[in-house]
Design a protein around this ligand. Structure first.
Ligand code: ADP
Ligand code: MG
Length: 268
């Protein structure tokens, strides 16, 4: 029904945090689904060899499936590797297969190793799919794949889990982003921080939330994603939570977060 505002120019967001299990993949697929549901063409690039984003979008990613690996090697165009999610005809995914696992090492000896993804996401290549939004789901490391994602994007979205040690490792992430800014991609900004897996029953969750808001101010989305069983069940059905249980709190919060992102983009 109601459309979210379309950005003036295509937005490319890298979803990064070198900690595993903080909600990168969950946020990527559900924000993408929320934007697609409200009229915006959205492409998810799965850059984690685990292929969890591909799974959650119900997209084939068995070994041998055309994937981001072939795209990074320059053997295949982005559009040829992209699949349409059965959850929306506006939602696309370039899957990751296990073949990507070796690429951190293979990339080392390649020409322009930090900019392979940027090359693959040229305007010309993206125009074939014509997304309003591109989300890049990073692996849990600060290796070459994540560097490629940061070089290819204008924005970094950092999910932070409302848990013990949430801020641990964050200064390392920010330092790496600064390095990319000064050497490889001047246009990169940390545009968005999303608090995930909030458990209102714990004092700790509020402490973490306050600490992150004090430190990062308006970069932090107003919407906080609650911890919810539905969110964790959905990928088992090859679905986002928006498809699996649209009325659930998890689905509603991801939709709210997607709206906030779209509304911010409209002012930019
Ligand atoms: P990452 O990509 O950063 O490693 P994931 O998105 O895969 O993290 O999330 C880690 C685990 O936590 C997954 O099993 C996922 O289903 C679960 N999870 C993520 N967000 C929520 C949430 N809001 N409520 C409950 N479980 C969640
Ligand atoms: Mg992940």
């Amino acid at each position: 029904d109601r459309m979210f505002p379309r950005p003036k120019t295509r937005r490319v967001l890298t979803v990064a945090n070198q900690k595993g299990g903080v909600g990168k993949t969950t946020s990527t697929v559900n924000l993408a689904a929320g934007l697609a549901l409200h009229g915006l063409r959205t492409l998810v690039i799965d850059l984690d060899p685990q292929g969890n984003a591909s799974t959650a979008l119900g997209v084939d990613h068995r070994s041998g499936t055309p994937s981001i690996y072939e795209v990074l090697l320059g053997e295949m165009s982005l559009a040829d590797a992209a699949q349409t999610s059965d959850q929306s005809d506006r939602l696309f995914c370039v899957p990751a297969t296990i073949d990507l696992a070796g690429s951190e090492i293979e990339l080392v000896s390649m020409q322009g190793r930090e900019a392979r993804l940027k090359e693959a996401l040229s305007d010309e290549a993206l125009n074939e799919i014509d997304p309003d939004y591109v989300f890049i789901d990073c692996p849990p490391s600060l290796g070459l794949l994540t560097v490629n994602a940061m070089v290819a994007a204008q924005e970094v979205l950092i999910p932070i889990q409302c848990e013990y040690y949430a801020l641990e490792g964050l200064s390392q992430l920010l330092r790496n982003i600064e390095l990319v800014q000064s050497h490889l991609n001047r246009n990169l900004t940390v545009s968005t921080i999303l608090l995930t897996m909030y458990d209102g029953r714990t004092k700790l969750a509020d402490q973490v939330t306050n600490e992150v808001r004090n430190h990062f101010g308006d970069t932090v989305l107003k919407t906080v994603i609650p911890r919810s069983v539905k969110v964790s069940e959905a990928p088992g059905y090859g679905q986002t939570v928006l498809a699996y249980d649209p009325g659930s709190r998890g689905a509603m919060s991801y939709l709210d977060a997607a709206r906030e992102i779209a509304e911010r983009g409209a002012d930019a």
